[in-house]
Design a protein around this ligand. Structure first.
Ligand SMILES: [Zn+2]
Length: 422
């Protein structure tokens, strides 16, 4: 039987750190409150008291609890999985993250009254959203344990939202815990001042064998499929699961990996660019269409579409504003979904050229894409290491350009031409 940390693949060190913190947090809740209530020194004072306790207290002072954490690691390493698991351990009635008690269960299913999850859908998290969140997080926990705010993709906070969050982290309510997730602690991802007040939980890219193991154990996927998917997903657990289970995801990947073969001239390069962009757009549109429609209907119902008489004109103006806001949010989310879909395609493509490079060097490493290994091998012979490396770099440059806000079509066309020319 696995507990709440069972889904954290290949992260033994981080899990050990979080287990120690959860134990410290549970001890804090059991400890008699001697510090004046209400001040943010409460937690620190209790932590000191706890650290001074010679009984089963861990020797490492870093093992204690703190009120702000940042989970960092490459995409797919399980940042949000780790944050949720830790939240469950904090809300666990046994204080361990048993995985079965009501505290664990409601946290993991997203229904715990004291755990708030912020998942940015657009390109950034705004200041109003953050202020409302901070305000609600300041109330006393209904369970008597912790108020927890999980912020996924904290790197997408706007500057103003970051400042609102910083204030809360600087003067935290006694029982409030902030769990942030970000790719890294680089200042581009998280402000230095927020970083300085958080404890960092670094996650690593899980090895394919660990990813395959969890797909077999938890999802009941056949071992050979799990191994293939884990390698193809390059350490991204969620992506590996999708590839193993979703035929459409596999088809999209096949289409991307057919690109190197299709690049036979300038026209073909432009065609391949169009195909890649349109596939990303279609994938993104399919992923947001249902929720967009549901939101629009809900808003129209809330606004009571129609209506006449005095005040109706004013109400209509207000309604138009809200609809406009909703459309803006939806557009931002669609853009994000397109970029994510395109980035997944580029990561697959980079994997192909990385395989070619490894083969040209005769490096003793397993290929990323076992199913296109012979094609990559042919490429390696034709292009040599240098040509393979140039192509790999073209893909990575395209990713960087899109991240830096170059129009995706332009970046992808430039990449396809570079891949064709070599
Ligand atoms: Zn539990």
């Amino acid at each position: 039987m696995t507990d709440v940390f069972g889904d954290l693949v290949g992260q033994d060190e981080a899990v050990a750190m979080l287990r120690r913190a959860a134990a410290s947090a549970a001890a804090l809740l059991r400890a008699p409150v001697t510090a004046p209530a209400g001040g943010h020194d409460d937690l620190d004072a209790l932590a000191e008291e706890y650290d001074g306790d010679p009984a089963p207290a861990p020797a490492d002072p870093g093992a204690g609890m703190t009120h702000a954490w940042i989970f960092t690691g490459p995409p797919g390493s399980g940042r949000s999985v780790a944050a949720r698991a830790f939240a469950a351990a904090l809300e666990c009635v046994h204080g361990t993250g048993c995985g079965t008690c009501p505290g664990c269960h409601t946290t993991l299913t997203g229904t715990h009254a004291d755990v708030r999850l912020v998942v940015p859908e657009g390109l950034s998290i705004g200041v109003n959203e953050m202020r409302a969140l901070v305000l609600r997080a300041a109330s006393a926990p209904s369970s008597g344990r912790w108020q927890i705010v999980i912020i996924e993709d904290a790197d997408r906070l706007t500057e103003a939202a970051g400042n609102a969050l910083l204030k809360a982290i600087e003067e935290p309510p006694p029982r409030t815990v902030f769990l942030l997730c970000a790719p890294s602690t680089h200042p581009d991802d998280i402000s230095v001042t927020i970083r300085s007040r958080c404890r960092v939980v670094p996650l690593r890219q899980p090895p394919p064998a660990a990813v395959a193991e969890v797909l077999v154990r938890r999802d009941g996927i056949a071992p050979d499929v799990a191994e293939w998917a884990a390698a193809a997903a390059q350490g991204h657990v969620g992506r590996a699961r999708r590839l193993a289970r979703d035929p459409e995801a596999r088809q999209r990947r096949d289409a991307v990996l057919a690109v190197p073969r299709r690049l036979t001239g300038v026209g073909a390069a432009f065609d391949a660019a169009s195909a890649l962009i349109e596939a990303a757009e279609a994938e993104a549109a399919a992923s947001v269409v249902e929720i967009d429609e549901a939101e629009r209907t809900a808003l129209q119902t809330a606004l009571g579409a129609g209506g006449t008489g005095r005040g109706a004109a004013g109400a209509m103006r207000g309604a138009a504003g809200q609809l406009k806001d909703l459309e803006k949010r939806q557009k931002s989310r669609a853009t994000r979904a397109q970029r994510d879909a395109l980035d997944r395609a580029l990561v697959d493509l980079a994997g192909f050229y990385r395989d070619a490079l490894a083969m040209a060097w005769r490096a003793p490493v397993a290929p990323v894409h076992t199913d296109t290994a012979s094609l990559a091998s042919a490429g390696a012979q034709k292009w040599d290491a240098e040509g393979s490396l140039r192509r790999l770099e073209a893909v990575l440059e395209c990713r960087a350009a899109i991240e830096a806000n170059v129009k995706p079509r332009i970046a992808v066309e430039a990449m396809m031409l570079a891949l064709w020319r070599g």
